[in-house]
Design a protein. Structure first.
Length: 288
């Protein structure tokens, strides 16, 4: 497994892959890897085969964090990440530094951003107004550096995956975007690097997100007609906030293709939610 830390070296390698005709599978991450990330690596390998190459990037992207958010404390453990990548059969780990990705030299400061202008306006985009601009920008940069044929994203970040698909389509990136299912703990909590922030008491309460998705599913499936979103919303908020550390940021029901909110929730609608558990903000989603 090869480690690459410079943008120029990564671009040279990507050119070699293109010349030799090796298909490239790519998994962008912010590190502190877990079984969810590993499942994306496996998907990438399944798509490109043993002849192909699988690259993982590890970069805690500053432009997707607001100044009030957890950029400085975001968990990092490169040694452990490397071992997980090696064990998962990754060929190249790309770990660029901040100055490489976002030059800050006087007179040559980074100033170009990619903005998806429709799907980004809801949910995470309301709570984190500059988040998706940062995500789209770094993913566009990484696609230009690694030049993947296939890139794999997790359904855990459902809105992000949809925005990346839209960006790739709108800007003609020659890459297929694959969305892989959310990997969960045995009790249903979606794996996330941010779960590390949770105390034992908060960890026990964090299962509320998954329970709310299941509860919504059960209510909708048991009902003969669609349920008003506002009613489901207040019932689920109440259910979640019976846990003392949990505070709902948003719960939304929407069409998974258009992201338009649905007034009445029936089967096939999608639910997404963000909940603070203590100081940690967790997100999850699922089909109803
Ligand atoms: P992150 O390192 O959190 O930015 O995530 C990198 C990629 O892993 C994104 O495409 C995420 O959607 C995906 N991912 C994160 N957690 C999970 C999970 N529990 N299951 C599947 N994919 C995940």
């Amino acid at each position: 497994m090869r480690m690459v830390t410079s943008v120029a070296a990564m671009q040279r390698l990507a050119m070699e892959w293109k010349r030799s005709g090796s298909p490239v599978g790519f998994v962008p991450t912010m590190g502190y890897l877990h079984a969810g990330h590993v499942s994306l690596v496996r998907k990438a390998r399944a798509r490109v085969g043993q002849r192909g190459v699988v690259a993982v990037s590890i970069f805690v992207n500053p432009t997707q964090f607001a100044p009030t958010e957890d950029l400085a404390s975001y968990p990092r453990d490169l040694q452990r990440d490397k071992k997980l990548c090696r064990d998962a059969g990754v060929d190249v780990v790309f770990v660029p530094g901040n100055p490489q990705m976002y030059p800050a030299k006087p007179g040559a400061k980074f100033s170009t951003y990619v903005v998806e202008d429709a799907l980004s306006r809801r949910m995470e985009g309301v709570s984190r107004p500059t988040h998706f601009r940062g995500v789209a920008t770094v993913v566009a940069k990484l696609f230009n550096i690694v030049r993947p044929d296939v890139a794999v994203f997790g359904a855990k970040d459902f809105q992000q995956a949809a925005i990346v698909k839209r960006m790739a389509r709108d800007l003609d990136f020659p890459v297929s975007i694959i969305v892989a299912p959310t990997v969960r703990e045995p009790d249903g909590l979606a794996l996330s690097s941010r779960n590390k922030y949770l105390s034992a008491a908060e960890r026990a309460q964090a299962v509320a997100l998954w329970q709310a998705i299941r509860q919504a599913r059960q209510l909708v499936r048991a009902s003969t007609r669609p349920i008003p979103a506002s009613r489901l919303n207040s019932e689920l908020k109440w259910l979640i906030e019976t846990r003392p550390a949990a505070r709902v940021d948003y719960i939304e029901f929407f069409d998974p293709d258009t992201f338009q909110p649905v007034a009445n929730v029936g089967r096939g609608a999608h639910m997404a939610l963000a909940v603070f558990v203590g100081k940690t903000r967790l997100i999850d989603n699922g089909r109803i």
